[in-house]
Design a protein around this ligand. Structure first.
Ligand code: NAD
Length: 491
């Protein structure tokens, strides 16, 4: 099996690293490919940065209207190849084909939004700030930008950054997760068909070594990272210490409050979709469900009903709603957290640990799991599980529930289900999270809004997507100029 190649300076080239890591189908452990992984991937970074720096020279002065033209073609190519790319996502990442297609759609929406860069980059102008003096602010590119992406959305997350970066006049280097590099390789085969300067967009493989080389390279001016909190914090600190602009999205632990006035059946279905979609491997997956007031056991029964009907299996098979988790280690870790919660007194309403799928006996499957009476300071409640596990809690008032929501170190998403406008407003105002859902289970911002995140879920100032991306990928220059009227009198 050949080792995957890097895409540098408009060509597919071999990595300088000989060691590899297997890319594995999590549904059956089939080895799909071998990706370069090791110390010398750091040397590949040098090559990619040189190519990106060279491409930048003409690109930054190319009119913005011209810079967005290849994005229209990219949108068309992504749409034409959507099924094929979605299949790759399912093969290497495990999610269902329907989820994979929806993921690509989100990527396409970012390409579409970035096509508005000519308007989004427009300057601000003030005439006569003092007599005969005008002042304006322009946005200019920052240089070579790099993105390091996680395993769980291989077809979407690079698009939170890539189209905006190049439309703003920068060059770009992507380092996908070593667990799921195939999706972006296919996308880069499409990017190769665009009319872009060689070296403008590059792809390199690897793990910590290639990331560290990007963080330390003086010509890399900006880093966009999405992944776990511990790595996000590290990336932010090392990148910022090296004088780079950094946006680093981290992990999550997302609470959902259900008020007694909510429609229980609809709410439970939406919550189950949120908890179990992508097998819980989503930074916007609901995890802690807080039933407020007296639901008379209805919420418990409705959640179990909605969860137990989720069909689990290989994501390319018809009707499958939930695939495997990414690795056997991940499965063991999740099952360990469930076991520990039970040892601490939690009750299992639904136990998905002994999942065996016909034909996929070696897959990393866990079926929907629900626990109740969980210790509030235990891992089940406090830690990011990243698996199909729900903890059901009961509290008496909305005030208690919001205090509980705000105790968590993360702050990616918080949701409420209610028919009361006042409850919704109170929650929206007081919940400490960057993405708020009101009667929504996965509060994923559309491409024109920033993909927010608070506390340990985000390090930096400007997020991916929309206007924030435009601001992140440009530096402002303020020009103040005087044209005294006395000078014109000479003519
Ligand atoms: P991860 O942190 O293990 O890896 C992410 C990237 O960092 C990969 O490309 C990996 O090669 C690299 N990396 C890993 N360890 C590194 C190290 N020590 N030094 C430098 N680079 C390193 O994350 P993952 O397991 O791939 O993805 C899942 C995580 O991503 C979850 O915590 C999830 O919540 C988070 N996530 C967050 C968002 C968000 O918007 N906040 C979105 C998607 C995923």
């Amino acid at each position: 099996m050949d080792t995957l190649k890097n895409y540098i300076n408009g060509k597919w080239v071999e990595s300088q690293e000989n060691s590899t890591v297997d890319v594995v189908n999590p549904a059956n452990q089939e080895v799909l490919a071998k990706a370069p992984f090791g110390r010398k991937t750091g040397n590949d970074v040098q090559e990619a940065v040189s190519a990106a720096a060279k491409a930048l020279k003409d690109w930054k002065d190319t009119p913005v209207m011209k810079r967005v033209q290849p994005l229209y073609k990219l949108k068309q190519l992504l749409e034409e190849h959507q099924d094929e790319i979605a299949e790759l996502i399912t093969l290497e990442c495990g999610k269902s084909f329907v989820e994979s297609k929806a993921e690509i759609q989100r990527g396409i929406e970012n390409v579409e939004t970035a096509c508005a860069t000519p308007t989004l980059m427009q300057s601000e102008f003030s005439e006569n700030v003092a007599t005969g003096i005008d002042e304006f602010m322009i946005r200019q590119p920052i240089g070579v930008c790099a993105c390091i992406s996680p395993f769980n959305f291989p077809g979407m997350i690079p698009f939170w950054f890539l189209p905006y970066a190049i439309a703003c006049g920068n060059s770009f280097i992507l380092k996908p997760s070593e667990k799921v590099p195939l999706t972006m390789i296919r996308v880069f085969e499409l990017i190769d068909q665009l009319d872009l300067p060689s070296g403008l967009i590059n792809l390199i493989h690897g793990g910590k070594e290639s990331v560290d080389a990007l963080l330390d390279h003086p010509e890399v001016k900006a880093i966009s990272f999405v992944g776990s909190t511990s790595v996000a914090r590290y990336i932010y600190q090392r990148g910022a210490a090296n004088g780079k602009r950094v946006q680093a999205q981290g992990g999550a632990k997302n609470p959902v409050i259900v008020m007694p006035d909510a429609d229980i059946e609809m709410t439970s279905k939406i919550i189950a979709d949120s908890v179990y979609g992508c097998a819980g491997q989503r930074c916007l997956a609901a995890s802690n469900i807080i039933a407020v007031g007296d639901h008379g056991g209805m919420i418990r029964d409705a959640l179990v009903e909605a969860a137990k009907n989720k069909t689990t299996g290989f994501g390319m098979d018809a009707g499958i709603e939930m695939g495997p988790v990414i690795t056997p280690e991940s499965k063991r870790r999740i099952e360990g957290i469930i076991a520990q919660g039970v040892a601490e007194g939690a009750g299992l309403l639904l136990d998905g640990r002994k999942a065996s799928i016909d034909g996929y006996e070696t897959g990393n499957f866990i079926k929907p799991t629900i626990l109740e009476n969980v210790a509030l300071d235990g891992e089940l409640i406090m830690a990011e599980i990243f698996g199909p596990v729900m903890s059901l809690l009961h509290m008496e008032t909305i005030a208690q529930a919001i205090d509980f929501v705000n105790q968590n170190n993360y702050g990616n998403m918080a949701c409420i289900f209610t028919t009361s406008g006042l409850n919704a407003r109170t929650f929206r105002n007081r919940a400490d999270a960057g993405n708020i859902g009101i009667n929504i289970g996965v509060a994923a911002p559309m491409a024109q809004f920033p993909f927010s995140g608070w506390n340990d879920s985000f390090f930096g100032d400007l997020h991916g997507q929309g206007r924030h991306a435009i601001e992140f990928f440009t530096q402002t220059k303020v020009v103040i100029e005087r044209w005294p009227s006395e000078w014109t009198r000479k003519f």
